[in-house]
Design a protein around this ligand. Structure first.
Ligand SMILES: *[C@@H]1O[C@H](CO)[C@@H](O)[C@H](O)[C@H]1NC(C)=O
Ligand SMILES: *[C@@H]1O[C@H](CO)[C@@H](O)[C@H](O)[C@H]1NC(C)=O
Length: 303
């Protein structure tokens, strides 16, 4: 490339830079939604985060609430642990130690890019002992097909006796069934109408010694996600986020974009917008970028 050509393209670049910055003033992809930091693979709207998550996780622009939507309903997201790749949601129809509520259950879509975390424990409450398939006797009379985890039945005892809201309605412990989602596969459907139970409770991260204190359990549902088949965090995204950008994608081509402060999109990161040296010397800029993304993937690997 001749010097003349590169300097004229530089001016075209500068021109478009100022043209864009005068017309686009804010970052399209938010880096928080209410109190919750938003990082890849989550996003706050179309073109933000990983496209596979856009349909399921949304940020209400006015309320600033992050919501998970599945075919069974919409559920507030209470927090996200990006290091552990876990999303915690609550279900307003779920029963807790403090109150019991009727519920239709909870389900994840089969094609959702996340599944139940193994730490989630579900307890079906007030199930019909005669009709619920979780207790169905075998037709030949030799025992029952039970989906319940017998070793954890003490959870039922604690819920039914230590929680005022449940003990008041005087249910029999025999109508309670504990199971972990693992028993039913990764994308199971907890359809309480089919299971003939009137409500359920879900909680996660039950610490040692906490079993007998249902008032302290973390009520909700823990989900885990993967970045891709190999579960690798894309290095280019780490570099984008460290340069104060938000990872997103071009909605037409689904290719990666880094949405920078000021609303400018790049295909790498926002460092080059700040770094005038890399603007002046394009070959330095490309070298510089591949260097930072190598470092970033190394840093990511350390986590
Ligand atoms: C930048 O990318 C975001 C997210 O994909 C998109 O919403 C926005 O319209 C893009 N902005 C420009 C100026 O192309
Ligand atoms: C009863 O049925 C179950 C499953 O259908 C079978 O595994 C079991 O052996 C049967 N018991 C008798 C006594 O036939």
């Amino acid at each position: 490339m001749s010097l003349k050509r590169s300097s004229s393209s530089f001016f075209i670049f500068l021109f478009s830079f100022f043209f864009l910055s005068s017309h686009v003033s804010s970052q399209a992809c938010q880096k928080t939604c209410g109190q919750i930091p938003i990082k890849y693979p989550l996003g706050t709207g179309s073109g933000c985060g990983d496209p596979r998550f856009t349909r399921y996780i949304t940020c209400d622009p006015d309320q600033q609430t992050l919501t998970l939507t599945t075919h069974t309903g919409s559920y507030p997201i209470t927090s996200v642990d990006y290091a552990k790749q876990e999303i915690y949601v609550t279900d307003p129809s779920m029963s807790t130690c403090a109150c019991t509520r009727p519920s239709h259950g909870f389900g994840l879509d089969w094609d959702a890019p996340f599944s139940f975390h193994d730490d989630t424990v579900f307890t079906l409450l007030d199930c019909s002992v005669d009709e619920s398939p979780v207790f169905t006797p075998l037709s030949n009379g030799s025992g029952r097909v039970s989906l319940c985890d017998r070793q954890s039945s003490s959870i039922c005892t604690f819920l039914y006796s230590n929680c005022r809201a449940i003990s008041l309605i005087n249910l029999q412990v025999s109508t309670c069934c504990v199971y972990v989602p693992l028993d039913l596969g990764p994308s199971f459907e907890m359809d309480l109408n089919k299971l003939k139970c009137s409500s359920y409770s879900g909680f996660y991260n039950l610490g040692p010694g906490q079993e007998s204190h249902p008032e302290n359990w973390n009520y909700g549902i823990a989900l885990k996600y993967k970045f891709n088949v190999f579960d690798e965090y894309p290095g280019v995204c780490g570099s984008c986020e460290r340069s104060n950008g938000a990872c997103g994608f071009n909605t037409q081509s689904s290719s990666f974009v880094c949405n920078c402060p000021g609303g400018i999109n790049t295909t790498s990161d926002c460092f080059f917008l700040y770094n005038s040296a890399s603007i002046l010397v394009p070959w330095f800029s490309s070298k510089h970028h591949s260097h930072t993304s190598t470092i970033s993937s190394q840093i990511i690997n350390l986590y």
